[in-house]
Design a protein around this ligand. Structure first.
Ligand SMILES: Cc1cc2nc3c(=O)[nH]c(=O)nc-3n(C[C@H](O)[C@H](O)[C@H](O)COP(=O)(O)OP(=O)(O)OC[C@H]3O[C@@H](n4cnc5c(N)ncnc54)[C@H](O)[C@@H]3O)c2cc1C
Length: 425
């Protein structure tokens, strides 16, 4: 094979790209992974600031989803603990016990006595629902069909925000949200040393199996030369040839760098990302040590102390926590105002926190998921290969039944499997 000609080039060194690299690295194919950043990991990266480990905002891994068995299969060794959802719900400046744990449910003044049973009933039903039967519905439509009580509806919207970060119940697919609610009910893990631990292991295993990783390699153009041959151009002028490509970047960028089919163009052009503003904070200690978790009810805020369940600083002594505002896709964002709101929510959860601050970081417009999954998308994205091309897609926007790391990891595996299948056939 001529120099700089690869069997597979993977564009993107996030979870999707690395999972695909790990599966392909086990085969005889020669594989190159290109990452435009100077660090790998994408949104699953963990940055270290003043010896504190900051994920890119709060990150929790589903214990019983699609991703964990894939990571286990790849030999990724993870540790961490499951957070308790006992904490508070804030409504109009008042605090109530959160009814997400048995203790909270029976002591909360948020729900009237009879409404507690309605809330338990919803949970019991949720567990039994076949989410596929909700295809074509929005989450709001499902909630309104399921319960009449406004408070329980609000709680279901809060629960959806926890599980999916989606703050647009009138847009998002009921099928996807309910699938994730069921997974979140199986518990989540806050990972020791942050999500970087997952990325580092995936990176090391890929490299050991022969995958070549090139950082600061920004793909700006893809050109099809003939069947089974494509040329990739990097922003530094380098050219690379490959038989097949896995693309894991943002959907909106794909059409800028590559001529894509009309069908894919049509589905990409109306996609909207799920965004959030996050304030990542490390404190020498928690002013109010018992307060570990809190959610806004009608105001879309999240607060959780991740270091209570995962090791997140070099000496393991400090408190690492995240406050987040879920953003609506149609919202006009005033980043300074939102920062003030996050600091106020933090003050409510941990009065006087500023006196204990080691370091903090504000990320106002994080893309949590590249696509709000819509009811009309249910049943699409069934395959990784873009029809009529030798290009495959993976990433958190490319699955019709899941999102977040669940979709990133499972789609990375799917793209690798489809390539292996196509190579044989
Ligand atoms: C605030 C926040 C909270 C989150 N919380 C959770 C959570 O609790 N649970 C959960 O499961 N998920 C969570 N997520 C989502 C999760 O982080 C992502 O879904 C997942 O990391 C996406 O992986 P990916 O590989 O699809 O994309 P990315 O991580 O975005 O990786 C894509 C990579 O491709 C590179 N790239 C793009 N274009 C090019 C190009 N042209 N050339 C070369 N390289 C390119 C990018 O630099 C990037 O490194 C959260 C995300 C955020 C932001």
């Amino acid at each position: 094979m001529e120099k700089n000609h690869w069997d597979v080039v993977i564009i993107g060194g996030g979870l999707a790209g690395y999972v695909a690299a790990n599966y392909l690295g086990k085969t005889s194919l020669n594989v190159l992974l290109l990452e435009k950043g100077s660090k790998v990991g994408g949104r699953a990266r963990t940055d270290v600031s003043k010896e504190q480990y900051f994920n890119m905002g709060p990150h929790a891994l589903y214990k019983k989803g699609k991703a964990k068995p894939i990571l286990d299969e790849l030999g990724v060794d993870l540790s961490g603990e499951s957070p308790k959802l006992s904490g508070v719900v804030v409504q109009k400046n008042e605090e109530y016990q959160a009814p997400f744990s048995p203790g909270g449910l029976f002591s909360t003044k948020l729900l009237k006595f009879q409404d507690r049973f309605k809330w338990i009933n919803v949970f019991t039903r949720l567990n039994k629902i076949n989410a596929d039967e909700l295809a074509g519905m929005t989450y709001k439509e499902w909630v309104q069909e399921e319960v009449e009580d406004e408070m329980i509806q609000q709680l279901l919207f809060v629960f959806a925000r926890i599980a999916t970060y989606s703050h647009a119940p009138e847009k998002v697919s009921a099928k996807v949200v309910v699938t994730h609610l069921k997974r979140v009910m199986g518990g989540v893990l806050y990972l020791d040393d942050g999500w970087q631990k997952m990325i580092d292991q995936l990176h090391n295993k890929a490299v050991l199996s022969g995958v070549q990783v090139q950082k600061k390699a920004n793909v700006i153009h893809i050109e099809s030369l003939e069947v089974g041959k494509q040329r990739i151009k990097l922003s530094n002028g380098e050219e690379i040839k490959t038989n097949r490509i896995i693309y894991t970047g943002a959907p909106y960028d794909l059409k800028k760098i590559s001529p894509i089919t009309d069908a894919l163009h049509n589905s990409i052009k109306n996609m909207e990302p799920i965004k959030a503003a996050t304030l990542d904070v490390a404190l020498t200690k928690l002013p109010y040590s018992k307060r570990k978790f809190g959610m806004g009810l009608s105001e879309p805020f999240y607060y959780s102390v991740h270091s209570s369940y995962g090791h997140l600083s070099k000496d393991g002594q400090s408190a690492v926590l995240h406050v987040l505002k879920y953003l609506h896709p149609d919202e006009d964002l005033d980043v300074n105002q939102v920062k003030g709101e996050l600091e106020m929510f933090m003050e409510k959860m941990q009065p006087g926190w500023k006196n204990y601050e080691i370091t903090s970081r504000y990320l106002p417009t994080m893309t949590v998921n590249q696509r709000v999954p819509l009811p009309k998308d249910d049943g699409t994205f069934r395959s990784a290969r873009i029809k009529g091309t030798d290009m495959y897609i993976a990433g958190d926007w490319t699955c019709d039944d899941s999102m977040l790391s669940e979709a990133a990891i499972s789609s990375g595996k799917r793209a690798a499997e489809e390539i292996l299948h196509d190579e044989m056939g």
